[in-house]
Design a protein around this ligand. Structure first.
Ligand code: PLP
Length: 436
């Protein structure tokens, strides 16, 4: 009897990023029971295309028995042991080596975490530790971009540019600063604050939560050059863009740069276990080895969880065996073509964009001026899509009215067409009902 679950949920379960009041009144809108490929199934047996790969993470799709098998084997053999200090185990060692093989040249060493927020907090502590060891303890400011999302740990929250993720609480970690996605502002910031006070710049290769914003093609090359000029470390937050999402293994490959540090999570296990990591360059690693003067007093109980690492290894094996990085590129083009067709069909669609299987549709009142509706349409469209069996997200914070998508990397033409057809109906319905 599922109604019992609804009551228990209302009473005992505080949901992440939820409206606490509504949640208590209404309970969960959907309770999922199963997943298979690009589909999720709810308690009524209704199927939905998981158009955001749940939380941008289920890259290889749902219901992979191979991962069930590998986790059972690992749990039965060695469910947990520590990687602190001098202890280690095979799954973490092999995963660290595999990551060195697949990440851009020069990134060779991984610190494991349990997710993206922890990865970014680790990166912030690592860069500050690094500069401290190099005799520059005042080099501690972290600069991020205004529409960025870097997670919810205190450091990650403080680096997050999107205000709604910061404003509900009263104080943040010190030494975090935001700049617009424009090179002049970054340069002016460096002039004003002094490069000797800035530890690192962090950016998502493509902003995800902010609404799938792609940078100009040369943006990161120029940012990287500025960082090098001023001795500022560059952290790429690849939590969403890693592991094939954009049609290359990692997002930075699209822009021809190699970061000094790279945060990963999500697609590293396709969500089958909680795992993240920070991958550092050999240069940083070597400097740390040389200058290290005691213990690096940082580590999570689940840093390098053996079962999570075994799952990650199998997940990466599947990504490679099934050619999912390339499928992301090919199906991404298909999805973008679908968005362009929708743009022709509907007067309320402004810009459409995407790279690999990460895409966005802007809703506008006027295509020519890009003027928005007073009340955003995105939530209504999301709800109409849901009725028709498609899950995706609407972004409405900071003035946006945007639909965002990131289906599993296994999606085929049939799946893309189904998504586009549902969207066509959902957008048409909302436009008819709301424009009158
Ligand atoms: N960084 C980026 C770019 C993300 O999109 C996310 C999550 O959506 C995070 C960090 C935080 O990761 P987690 O939710 O695993 O802590």
């Amino acid at each position: 009897d599922w109604t019992i679950l609804v009551e228990l949920d209302k009473k005992h379960f505080l949901h992440p990023t939820s409206s606490i009041k509504e949640q208590q009144k209404e309970g969960p809108a959907l309770i999922f029971t199963e997943g298979n490929g690009i589909y999720l199934k709810d308690t009524d047996g209704k199927e939905y295309i998981d158009g955001l790969s749940s939380l941008w993470n289920v890259n290889i799709g749902h219901g992979r028995e191979e991962l069930g098998k590998v986790s059972m084997e690992q749990i039965s053999k060695l469910g947990f042991s520590s990687t602190f200090a001098t202890f280690s185990h095979e799954p973490a060692i092999r995963l660290a080596a595999k990551i060195a093989e697949i990440t851009p040249e020069g990134l060779n060493t991984t610190f494991f975490t349990s997710g993206g927020s922890e990865s970014n907090d680790t990166a912030f502590k690592l860069v500050r530790h690094y500069w401290k060891l190099r005799g520059k303890p005042e080099k501690k400011k972290i600069v991020s971009r205004r529409k960025s999302y870097h997670g919810v740990a205190m450091g990650a929250t403080s680096a997050t540019g999107l205000k709604p993720f910061r404003d509900f609480t009263t104080s943040l970690a010190p030494d975090f600063y935001y700049v617009d996605s424009n090179l002049e502002e970054f340069k002016a910031f460096i002039q004003k604050e002094g490069a000797e006070t800035i530890a690192a710049f962090i950016s998502e290769p493509i902003q995800g939560t902010g609404g799938v914003h792609l940078p100009p093609q040369d943006y990161f090359k120029e940012i990287k050059a500025i960082c090098e000029q001023y001795n500022i470390l560059f952290i790429a937050d690849e939590v969403i863009t890693g592991f094939g999402r954009t049609g290359t293994y990692f997002g930075v490959e699209q822009f021809g740069i190699v970061p000094d540090l790279m945060s990963v999570a999500k697609g590293i296990t396709s969500g089958y276990a909680a795992l993240g990591g920070v991958i550092i360059s050999s240069k940083i690693h070597n400097d740390l080895i040389e200058l290290s003067d005691g213990l690096f007093m940082h580590g999570y109980t689940y840093s390098g969880h053996p079962t999570a690492c075994a799952i990650a290894l199998k997940n990466i094996e599947i990504i490679e065996r099934e050619g999912l990085v390339n499928n992301s590129k090919v199906m991404g083009e298909e999805m973008l073509d679908g968005f362009k067709w929708l743009q022709q069909e509907h007067e309320i669609i402004g810009e459409v964009r995407g790279l690999g299987l990460m895409g966005a549709i802007e809703i506008v009142k006027d295509k020519k001026t890009n003027e928005r509706f007073n009340e955003p349409f995105a939530p209504k469209i999301v709800s109409e899509s849901l009725k028709r069996g498609l899950i995706h997200r609407g972004v409405v914070y900071e003035g946006a009215d945007t639909l965002i998508f990131a289906p599993p990397l296994i999606i085929d033409k049939y799946g893309i067409n189904k998504m586009i057809n549902i969207l066509n109906e959902a957008i048409g319905t909302v436009n008819r009902e709301c424009s009158v």
